[in-house]
Ligand binder design. Structure first.
Ligand code: SAH
Length: 344
């Protein structure tokens, strides 16, 4: 059975034409799937019974099952654990800001990038998510709170550039005016730095924000934290970032998790500032979330501010990311990991 919720409106039009239907049927179906969020063809009441029957034979409408939700008493952050159709689980997080609701979604079940500080990668990558599985994380959360989601960050479990086609299709669909119509400007995709995919994405000239997980200012240090640094040097990554900026006109963000005694010295700030200035990137600082297996400790608040000041003194804008939902399983992958441990 084909996954109808993963088809863009364009693709759906082609499918309709192929089965001898009028292309405008695609628009109707797209609305049912992505705005009215129905789970069966029978509910698509403006289609003929025969078309509904035909669709039900060819296509399935995938859905997620909410297994768990943790709600932060401090700031209302909600962390969800969803089961996919095949029983695998992913996490998504809702953060409530003054400017609207922001959802952080997963792009893979697990991850194969192996970053030393990250909980999502501990069990490796089981599989990539389909576009519909990414969309459904947002649809489910929006339905759960009865409010619109205004911002999306692809910063949950998985490496989005390791699932390039499905992620790009997801971006097209979530920003489609016939669907949820979330502006691409309110969409952020975070990558550990897959250089060829960054260049490919640049060529699409989307209006999304690209975030690069940098975490170190020299190749040597980056290699000790992130295996991907063995494949692409910081120089190659910086070139790809410059290309992205040139092609899209969108300023990049560097994600920088501060780990006590590892990457939080003045020299680190100096290295990072040089790279950030080269591509006009903004730096997002976040004290590393402790994960039992990693042994890493977060940089203290005072030193975090000192790091921010050191960057600013060198002409780089930086923000310290507010830590949301600290009283629930904070770091990416932790809720899923805990549940798997309980099961085995
Ligand atoms: N694979 C993508 C997106 C998922 S991770 C990427 O690497 O960008 C989202 C962000 O959280 C990345 O910047 C990642 O490096 C960071 N991260 C992972 N584990 C963390 C932890 N324990 N503490 C703080 N940040 C973490």
């Amino acid at each position: 059975m084909k996954d109808i919720k993963s088809l863009t409106l364009e693709q759906l039009k082609e499918e309709m034409t192929a089965i001898g239907e009028k292309p405008f049927r695609a628009g109707q179906i797209y609305k049912w799937l992505h705005v009215k969020l129905v789970n069966s063809f029978d509910e698509m009441t403006d289609l003929s019974a025969s078309l509904r029957e035909k669709l039900a034979k060819e296509y399935e409408i995938t859905d997620l099952k909410q297994l768990e939700v943790q709600i932060s008493k401090e700031d209302g952050t909600r962390k969800y654990l969803f089961a996919l159709g095949d029983g695998n689980t992913v996490e998504s997080v809702l953060m409530r800001y003054h400017h609207g609701n922001s959802v952080c979604i997963s792009s893979q079940v697990g991850c194969r990038m192996g970053c030393k500080f990250c909980a999502s990668t501990i069990g490796g990558c089981i599989r990539s998510l389909t576009s519909s599985e990414m969309l459904d994380q947002i649809y489910k959360i929006s339905a759960d709170i009865g409010e619109r989601v205004s911002n999306v960050v692809v910063m949950g479990m998985g490496e989005p550039m390791d699932n390039y086609d499905n992620v790009v299709r997801f971006i097209t669909m979530i920003s489609d005016e016939n669907g949820l119509n979330i502006s691409q400007r309110n969409l952020t995709v975070s990558t550990c730095g897959l250089v060829p995919e960054i260049r490919k994405l640049a060529d699409l000239q989307l209006s999304i924000t690209l975030a690069i997980s940098l975490h170190a200012g020299t190749d040597e240090k980056r290699k000790s934290l992130m295996p991907i640094a063995n494949k692409y040097s910081i120089a190659e990554l910086t070139d790809a970032c410059a290309y992205y900026f040139k092609k899209t006109g969108r300023r990049l963000t560097f994600e920088y998790s501060l780990i006590a005694g590892v990457n939080d010295t003045e020299k680190d700030a100096d290295d990072i500032a040089r790279i950030a200035r080269k591509v006009s990137a903004h730096v997002n600082l976040i004290p590393v979330n402790p994960v039992t297996e990693t042994g890493f400790k977060p940089t203290a608040g005072r030193d975090t501010n000192a790091f921010k000041n050191a960057l600013e003194k060198r002409g780089v804008t930086a923000t310290v990311r507010r830590e949301m939902g600290r009283d629930i399983d904070g770091a990416c992958g932790q809720l899923r990991k805990r549940r798997m441990e309980n099961l085995t």
